[in-house]
Design a protein around this ligand. Structure first.
Ligand SMILES: Nc1nc2c(c(=O)[nH]1)N=C([C@H](O)[C@@H](O)CO)CN2
Length: 118
């Protein structure tokens, strides 16, 4: 399947980081997500029930970061990817977590993972 649904630049403020001071502050993450989904059915029906609802997936991401306080971006990405795949029936996804400001001389740093098969 080559169709996708994506979310770009979703911003969350959350507790994340490995350093002691990071356990006590909110930091900004920027999230890009691409998910395999057959878009022919919603294209034919014009019904969101047939679509991968990006608003619902965005809410899943917000809830996950509200309920979890990971240390590493890798741990956040792994667990969040599993939650999205399970909750929304996504067979393949590419998830990128950016932590701008973590390294002062870099525009951004982060991780990108792909899980599942198309
Ligand atoms: N590969 C990673 N390296 C680092 C991470 C991370 O999550 N993954 N985290 C930190 C610190 O939390 C840092 O972001 C504080 O600015 C360092 N390296």
């Amino acid at each position: 399947m080559t169709d996708t649904v994506f979310i770009e630049g979703l911003v969350v403020e959350t507790v994340i980081g490995d350093y002691e001071w990071e356990r006590h502050v909110l930091q900004r993450l920027e999230i890009d997500l691409e998910m395999a989904w057959g878009n022919r059915a919603p294209g034919a029906s014009d019904n969101v029930a047939d679509a991968l609802d990006y608003a619902a997936v965005s809410e899943t991401i917000r809830r996950w970061f509200r309920d979890n306080r990971p240390r590493l971006l890798e741990a956040a990405a792994e667990s969040l990817a599993a939650e999205i795949r399970k909750r929304h029936g996504v067979s393949w996804l590419s998830l990128c977590l950016r932590k701008p400001g973590a390294v002062p001389d870099a525009r951004s740093v982060g991780v990108r993972i792909e899980r599942g098969s198309r």
